[in-house]
Design a protein around this ligand. Structure first.
Ligand SMILES: Cc1cc2nc3c(=O)[nH]c(=O)nc-3n(C[C@H](O)[C@H](O)[C@H](O)COP(=O)(O)OP(=O)(O)OC[C@H]3O[C@@H](n4cnc5c(N)ncnc54)[C@H](O)[C@@H]3O)c2cc1C
Length: 536
């Protein structure tokens, strides 16, 4: 039956609970740095801080393996939309002997990749798995963070780093009767590891983000029917997936350092960028030719290697949308489905909402046995034992329902882990009227002596892979009180004054014998990680 708990409940009954300090599963652990989360971010930081800086570092991870989102997301078709070799660590001993089998690898390959990372970097000995953090508070007397786990362990650390990603809290819309459904119902990121047999079954997919698109096109291969419930059309781009050979990757390895460096400088962290030309600098014929080339190359090129005014000029944007609609509508024969999936009028400015990459989504949806329901016109009103009812009173019956309804993204997980400020106020309470951070990395009320209390999803998620742009733009976006031009700063509630950079204050404390944390900017890890640490 469906797992309806929104967070990652995890207790570790088998944790050895060693009494001696610093054992990874100690009942009362002490360490220099405690990282929460063993995804790309947490693993990278453990390696850097333990192996290069020499600190005593541990990770608490709710899942049972390394990999972060790739441990949780094993739904049919789950894969990256970042092409090889951009979505991997730039640590030479990790990349030099690693090759992928596909241009856009799936979750199985990502899991294999993390096994390779483990073999290369020896991470797991310092990770406590099945360990969910439910509380953390700074103790000013001892100058340490005190962290609690769901199964009753504690940890004390000088630096607490929350590398929990953007997806630690699932979103389940509060539909009436959700638990009445007698078939199989799974949230995409709680998909059973052993898989779900969809052969000959009637499958519903709710949601058309990347996940919904991937589940629909994959399950449509075997299911009796797939019905997609769509609120907003996903303006998908063709992935152009292809197999990769070991040889072609080995031959290109000498270019990898440049590719990794480049992803730090491009708009979205890919190896390409917008062209230095505006849409109407080209005449119609040349523009069409340029669009065609990007379209044929596939991936996000049509989005992120397009004319530089694409996201800034509505007329330019219309041109791109019209091209997209022409190409996509040509793939859908059924006129009703065509208008729902690829309407003539853009639902929003093209590319301002992240498009997904698809392989044969439109052809699959066009098949007679499959359907698409526009839930803007006929919203879901309730679930029954056998299916889903929409506002027109129609009951559609299913064997399997996939909830691709996403997450309480980015801040949801952080507000759900008992993180308290110096006054004992929960982060959720602090952020109830808006999300206040400094560069997405820390916020007022979390002591400056811990320079990076929060390496947050705010600074690590995938809106863009460039760290500083990501966190500043997110801070501005989330906080209505920030003007688009004002630099993101944290505000002291008591004084109303702005503090430019909490990280750069230094506490009056005894010099530590421990090696100082160092600036790691530029030593990138995953595409979304350009993490900067500084020391007291
Ligand atoms: C299906 C899918 C496809 C994606 N594809 C791409 C892509 O192609 N390109 C791209 O750039 N990005 C992609 N992303 C975004 C992805 O989130 C990042 O690329 C990256 O994996 C994030 O790594 P992370 O370490 O920051 O967080 P995560 O991978 O989310 O890891 C966070 C970890 O923290 C743990 N955790 C959370 N809360 C707690 C707690 N309270 N206690 C203990 N542990 C906790 C979680 O169990 C998790 O393992 C994709 C995401 C998904 C879901």
């Amino acid at each position: 039956m469906v797992h309806l708990r929104t967070d990652i409940g995890a207790t570790n009954p088998n944790a050895p609970m060693h009494p001696e300090a610093n054992s990874t599963y100690a009942k009362e652990l002490t360490c220099d740095v405690l990282i929460v989360g063993a995804g790309f971010g947490g693993v990278y930081l453990l390696h850097k801080l333990r192996d290069e800086v020499g600190l005593n570092v541990k990770i608490f991870e709710a899942a049972n393996e390394l990999g972060g989102v790739w441990r949780w997301n094993c739904y049919p078709g789950a894969r990256v939309d970042t092409q090889v070799p951009v979505y991997e660590y730039s640590i030479e001993k990790v990349w030099k002997d690693w090759t992928w089998t596909q241009k856009y690898p799936d979750f199985n390959e990502l899991r294999d990749y993390f096994h390779h990372v483990e073999e290369t970097l020896d991470i797991k000995k310092d990770v406590s798995f099945n360990t969910r953090v439910i509380g953390s508070q700074f103790d000013a007397e001892s100058n340490t963070w005190e962290v609690k786990t769901e199964d009753g362990r504690t940890a004390k650390c000088k630096y607490l780093i929350n590398a929990i990603g953007f997806a630690a809290k699932r979103h389940f819309p509060d539909w009436k009767g959700l638990t009445d459904f007698k078939g199989e119902l799974h949230h995409s990121s709680f998909w059973p590891d052993e898989g779900v047999d969809v052969k000959g079954k009637r499958v519903a997919v709710i949601g058309t983000g990347s996940t919904g698109i991937q589940i629909a096109q994959e399950t449509a291969k075997d299911a009796a029917s797939v019905t997609v419930f769509q609120r907003t059309p996903n303006l998908c781009l063709p992935m152009r997936q292809r197999e990769l050979t070991k040889k072609e990757q080995q031959d290109a390895k000498s270019e990898y350092p440049d590719i990794y460096r480049k992803r730090l400088t491009t708009f979205a962290g890919f190896s390409y960028d917008f062209v230095e030309k505006n849409t109407f600098d080209d005449n119609e014929e040349d523009r069409e030719k340029f669009y065609e080339e990007m379209w044929e190359e596939g991936g996000f090129k049509f989005w992120l290697a397009n004319y530089k005014d694409l996201l800034f000029d509505s007329k330019a944007n219309d041109q791109a949308y019209n091209f997209w609609a022409k190409k996509t509508r040509a793939r859908i024969a059924d006129p009703r489905k065509r208008d729902i999936l690829a309407p003539l009028k853009a639902p929003h400015a093209w590319g301002t909402k992240r498009p997904s990459l698809e392989q044969n989504f439109y052809e699959m949806m066009d098949r007679a046995e499959n359907d698409v329901v526009n839930v803007r016109e006929t919203p879901i009103t309730e679930f029954t034992e056998t299916g889903i009812v929409t506002s027109d009173g129609k009951l559609r019956e299913f064997d399997i329902i996939a909830l691709a309804t996403g997450f309480d993204s980015v801040t949801g997980g952080m507000k759900n882990m008992g993180l308290k400020d110096t006054e004992g106020k929960d982060l959720g309470e602090r952020w109830k009227n808006g999300t206040w951070t400094y560069l997405g990395m820390t916020c007022h009320g979390f002591p400056v002596s811990v320079f990076l209390p929060i390496i947050s999803p705010v600074s690590q998620h995938s809106i863009t892979n460039r760290h500083n742009r990501t966190c500043s733009s997110y801070t501005v976006l989330k906080d209505p009180q920030h003007s688009a031009t004002a630099p993101p700063v944290s505000k002291s509630k008591a004084t109303g004054s702005s503090t430019p950079s909490p990280q750069c204050k230094r506490p009056a404390s005894k010099p530590s014998k421990r090696p100082r944390m160092q600036r790691l900017a530029g030593t990138s890890s995953s595409p979304s990680l350009t993490t900067r640490l500084c020391s007291p």
